[in-house]
Design a protein around this ligand. Structure first.
Ligand code: ATP
Ligand code: ZN
Length: 225
């Protein structure tokens, strides 16, 4: 049976956000014994359960109220929200805090010899991306149309493989683009990790625990600044 009395927090199992997410909770005094292969971990000293999943699943788990709290990149959250709205849903959640890790940008990148003169020159091109909704929202400001090549990985090889003209992918240092013969031509979204909470009733004890953890997070992040 699901134990609803414990605060359920979803975080990325393994990837760019997992170490920092773990560290943040540890610095807040939440003692968790993570066993590498386990989906669920239990805090020893507080009524908190940690659910370790793929980052793409986290916004949905929070919006659907399966977990109380999630730590996820704003890029993944925003794409999920736009996707659900496109499906006619009205997704609800609360942002508790922007975090100080997971910084990256969603950028359009083109082959090095591409001459870029503004968003309009991308009209009707095929763009490889994992983020079609964020891309559509960006281009709608310029009345630019595009065709998609939806990929969940290896986006940066698409132009070389003849699958797309340009790409729209996450960038932090730019080294991956460089290594694939691409140049960054436009930043369309800037992202960091964030902490989100499900909408709806929360028991007073759970809410008190959230408030306590949030106060500690505030302290931890301020001390790091
Ligand atoms: P999962 O297996 O959980 O689906 P993933 O491969 O989709 O993982 P990661 O590459 O671990 O995801 O990235 C997780 C998040 O880290 C991204 O959604 C983004 O918010 C953030 N991030 C920070 N820097 C980068 C970067 N250079 N490239 C990709 N993501 C980055
Ligand atoms: Zn993912």
């Amino acid at each position: 049976m699901l134990d609803n009395s414990r605060l359920r927090i979803a975080m990325q199992k393994s990837g760019r956000l997992s170490d920092e997410s773990k560290k943040l909770l540890a610095q807040c005094g939440v003692k968790i014994n993570l066993q590498e292969q386990r989906l669920i971990a239990f805090a020893e000293n507080m009524p908190i359960d940690i659910l370790r999943v793929r980052d793409d699943d986290i916004p949905g788990l929070v919006i659907d109220g399966v977990v109380d709290i999630g730590i996820v990149g704003e890029n993944v959250l925003e794409e999920e929200v736009l996707d659900r709205r496109a499906e006619g849903e009205n997704p609800q959640y609360k942002t508790l805090r922007r975090l100080d890790f997971g910084g990256c940008r969603l950028s359009i990148a083109a082959p090095r010899d591409f001459v870029y003169s503004g968003p309009e020159c991308l009209n009707n091109l095929r763009i490889a991306t994992t983020y079609p909704h964020l891309l559509r929202r960006y281009f709608s400001q310029y009345n630019v149309n595009f065709k998609t090549c939806l990929l969940n990985g290896s986006v940066e090889v698409a132009p070389r493989a003849g699958l797309a003209d340009v790409i729209c992918d996450l960038v932090s240092s730019g080294a991956t683009l460089e290594a694939n013969g691409l140049q960054e031509i436009e930043v369309i979204y800037k992202s960091k990790a964030c902490l989100i909470q499900r909408e709806g009733e929360m028991s007073p004890t759970k809410q008190a625990l959230i408030d306590k953890v949030m106060t500690r997070i505030q302290g931890v992040i301020q001390a790091r600044e």
